[in-house]
Design a protein around this ligand. Sequence first.
Ligand SMILES: [Zn+2]
Ligand SMILES: [Zn+2]
Length: 271
Amino acid sequence: MFFPFFRRPHAEATWKALGRILSWTADVLFPHRCAACGAPSGEGPDPAWCPACFKNLPFIAPPLCPVCGRPYVPTEAMPDHRCSECLLDRFRFDAARSATIYQGGVRRGILQLKFGGKLHWAPALGKLAALHDETRRILDRGKVIVPVPMHLRRVRRRGFNQAALLARFAGRCCSRPVEVNALVRARVTKPQTRLSRAERLRNVRGAFAVVRPEVVAGKSVVLMDDVFTTGTTLSECADALKKAGADWVGAVTVARVILGPGTPVGKEDPS
Ligand SMILES: [Zn+2]
Ligand SMILES: [Zn+2]
């Protein structure tokens, strides 16, 4: 009303052009820096990473479990095959994939994002899920992305839910809406860090509730989180989504902890 110019049809195009000019200027004055090493990121596949750091990212590739995405050591001619847990139908999600192994720069980034409040890691990590083929296929199959929720009390303490931030950047890359308020953590759960698999399952069982079923009912839904460790949290979230009518539930994480035989769960997996 007070600024009639901005309401004209051509005003939107003008704003877009102005935005592009500002963006070019910012790129020249403040070139993108690699989130991991701080070097100018140059012309890599993602301006959040320099080409050298991007090349060293431990992306997960087949052979893997077609259900939970657990990677196997590549040996000659080994096809994808179900892991022991998926043969027992342990998980409630239909398919899960992680972009990289939880190590090196990715692990450091996730820890700095969650516990150091280094928010510059959010685009660098979130976009990896959209850039990597395995995780992108899951994202593309979903109609909506739902981040794994944190309890409100913990969100207030931390100031943000890292899963929601990662989902925003992944969703932006693949043009999928992100619904942050559809699924909630209905009760406070203990951090999973020092819990065994069985304890983790007890800890999160029934902890999640869908409060906006209309957002997920009859749809393919993709859950998003930072790290896949035992898959218990994602499985419980998937259970809540399916009970609310979701047709298909995929799960995408930026990283996956590789648990070898006899590896104690929770040695390096803060949540
Ligand atoms: Zn770098
Ligand atoms: Zn599996």
